[in-house]
Design a protein around this ligand. Structure first.
Ligand SMILES: [Zn+2]
Length: 302
């Protein structure tokens, strides 16, 4: 898809106002710079929103992802698989808010957005400010709604814990004159150019963490731990988290790219979360949940 086409879709999907390349007005740039200069420490929800919008657009544009249910998104409606994934994500997001931990990011000011992108590679990723993306292959690899919830909860945990923001290299700001970061000072062309470079670098750092190199192993284990707690609190079967990881483990042996490029070995993740899942016990999956999963995902496979 062309950049322009992607922009149209991004706008249709409620990513309104996104610039589809790093081409912000000085004011917009300053807002974003302001947003990321102190990474997690002084980042307001509004700052995080600006940052997340830019990261989400860059992620989609760089990987040329196409939205599932694009026509309805363009018309401003959530339909099909996207509506189903959004509904599951919404339940988990509420659970994340109810189970807040010290250091969690504030709830996204513009709400959470759960979007499905078409890809044969199993993957899911998230940008600051509540943007969660899951590939069609990742949805299809789930055998129950509870397993889908496990994937989404892991991504929600990345956002809640501020992992992408934390991946901005500490040295990013080193070359920037202090005055350039002072919003009361009018920027000359050079300062603006410097800031644009820093901004692009910070975007690269976050995109590297989210979709290229991945986060550290400990960061991923934290997302599993927090994600499992979030899904269990929402009433999903904790064992589904382990089951989905085991599916990933089986696929990881044969596949490459996607989650396997950015995540620790799935078998290591299983070892880390198994005892937590055991403590949380087992929940029987109600029939209605089995049926709605089958309806939503089977309809997709047709
Ligand atoms: Zn992860």
């Amino acid at each position: 898809m062309s950049r322009a086409g992607l922009c149209a879709l991004a706008l249709a999907a409620g990513l309104g106002g996104l610039s589809c390349k790093v081409n912000l007005t000085p004011e917009g740039l300053m807002k974003t710079i302001d947003a990321i200069q102190d990474a997690r420490k002084d980042l307001t929800p509004e700052n995080e929103y600006w940052t997340g919008r830019s990261v989400a657009t860059n992620l989609l544009a760089r990987h040329d992802y196409k939205y599932k249910d694009a026509d309805s998104l363009r018309a401003g409606r959530l339909e099909g698989l996207t509506a189903y994934v959004s509904a599951v994500g919404g339940v988990l997001a509420a659970s994340a808010l109810e189970t807040r931990r010290d250091g969690d990011r504030p709830a996204p000011i513009a709400g959470w957005h759960f979007l499905v992108v078409e890809s044969d590679t199993i993957n899911a990723f998230a940008a600051p400010g509540g943007w969660v993306f899951v590939t069609t292959a990742a949805v299809e690899a789930a055998t129950t709604e509870d397993e889908l919830a496990a994937v989404l909860a892991h991504e929600i945990a990345h956002v809640a814990r501020g992992h992408a923001l934390g991946s901005i290299k500490k040295g990013r700001w080193a070359g920037v004159a202090k005055t350039a970061l002072d919003t009361s000072v009018e920027l000359d062309e050079k300062a603006l150019g410097d800031l644009t470079k820093v901004f692009e670098g910070a975007m690269d750092d976050m995109i590297d963490g989210i979709l290229v190199k991945g986060y550290s192993k400990d960061t991923e284990f934290e997302a599993d731990k927090v994600g499992l707690a979030i899904m269990a609190h929402a009433g999903y079967d904790p064992q589904a988290f382990v089951r989905y990881l085991k599916t990933l483990d089986a696929r990881q042996a044969t596949g490459s790219g996607g989650f396997s490029a950015t995540h620790p070995k799935a078998s290591d993740r299983v070892n880390k979360v198994e005892s937590q899942a055991k403590t949380l016990g087992t929940k029987k999956i109600p029939k209605i949940r089995v049926e709605r999963f089958k309806a939503a995902v089977a309809a997709e496979a047709e």
